[in-house]
Design a binder for this molecule. Structure first.
Ligand code: SF4
Ligand code: MG
Length: 308
């Protein structure tokens, strides 16, 4: 299993401001795995995802995808290899376009196959996401939210991407539909050897799909660990607080909810020292003064906290 992409970064650049995103660490995701990026909104997850996609650039550090810097990839090739699924499929699907033509668009743009081959490919894609051939001649408004997300998934698969960045792909859906879409994504991953970067504010959603999880706060990675390890033994106080808010069906594992006080500070103006210190129930005198770097504290487990 080769390293699929790698983020080695100091600062993440946003147009005029700088958001510290990944500081002196490298994030890697291996082919066929799912990297979960978790954090509250505004924590930099989407920005990091855009950098991975080559849609935004790092002011320092680099992102390496399949051995080559994202900035050095020919744009068209990168657009084929990486695709993105968004939270709200409705706003990303043209209401006046039939489902079949929405799914076929990438094939048309890249002039792949004959007309008949493209039509056949659309039918195949509809089948892959659990829809029927006749669905291709309908319009987005004729579908439920979950079906629309299936259409969005089919569209991203049209060009055989290697990596799919899923930005809150199930957040707009009912819980029962969420589970269906997560199952679909997992089965497609196995069948098509897909790699996912899965972004969510919801740790319980991520627990269903991620192999490894990076927990972000104010543009920084607080903890990065294999999913099973992170959920069984959260080491960063922020991860502990996020996890305590997740309901588990097992009452013996249910912990006291750790309340997070205060608002999320602006990522443009993060607190000194540990960025989590104003809200951390375990903060002590060193925390506001010195910033803990992300360090390996156990095999494959990295944590940015003075207590680890
Ligand atoms: Fe809390 Fe201090 Fe650890 Fe930051 S370094 S998470 S403030 S204990
Ligand atoms: Mg976002």
């Amino acid at each position: 299993m080769g390293k699929h992409f790698k983020v080695t970064s100091g600062l993440l650049g946003l147009k005029t401001d700088l958001v510290r995103a990944v500081d002196g660490v490298s994030l890697t995701v291996n082919r066929g795995e799912t990297l979960g990026l978790v954090g509250e909104s505004g924590c930099g997850k989407s920005t990091l995802a855009k950098c991975v996609m080559g849609l935004d650039s790092l002011s320092a550090g680099r992102i390496v995808f399949q051995g080559r810097d994202v900035a050095d990839w020919p744009e068209k090739e990168l657009r084929r290899k990486m695709q993105m699924i968004f939270q709200d499929p409705y706003s990303s699907l043209n209401p006046r376009q039939k489902i079949g033509s929405i799914i076929r668009e990438g094939l048309d743009i890249h002039a792949i196959g004959t007309r008949a081959q493209r039509r056949a490919r659309v039918e195949e894609l509809l089948g892959l996401v659990g829809l029927r051939p006749e669905h291709g001649s309908r319009y987005p408004h004729e579908f439920s939210g979950g079906q629309r997300q299936r259409v969005a998934v089919a569209r991203t698969l049209a060009l055989n991407p290697d990596l799919i960045v899923c930005d809150e792909p199930v957040s707009a859906l009912d819980v029962s539909v969420q589970a269906q879409i997560l199952r679909l994504l997992k089965s497609l991953q196995t069948r098509l050897d897909l790699t996912y970067v899965f972004i969510s504010h919801d740790l319980s959603v991520v627990s269903h799909i991620a192999d490894r999880v990076a927990v972000m706060y104010l543009g920084r990675i607080m903890e990065f660990a294999p999913a099973a390890t992170l959920f069984a033994t959260p080491r960063h106080p922020y991860t502990e607080a996020l996890l305590s808010a997740v309901l588990t069906p097992d009452p013996t594992r249910r912990t006291e909810r750790i309340p997070l006080h205060g608002e999320l500070p602006s990522p443009m103006n993060p607190p000194d020292g540990c960025p989590f210190h104003p809200r951390c129930p375990k903060a002590f005198d060193r925390c506001p003064k010195e910033r803990p770097e992300l360090r390996e504290v156990a095999p494959d487990v990295q944590v940015a906290c003075w207590l680890s």
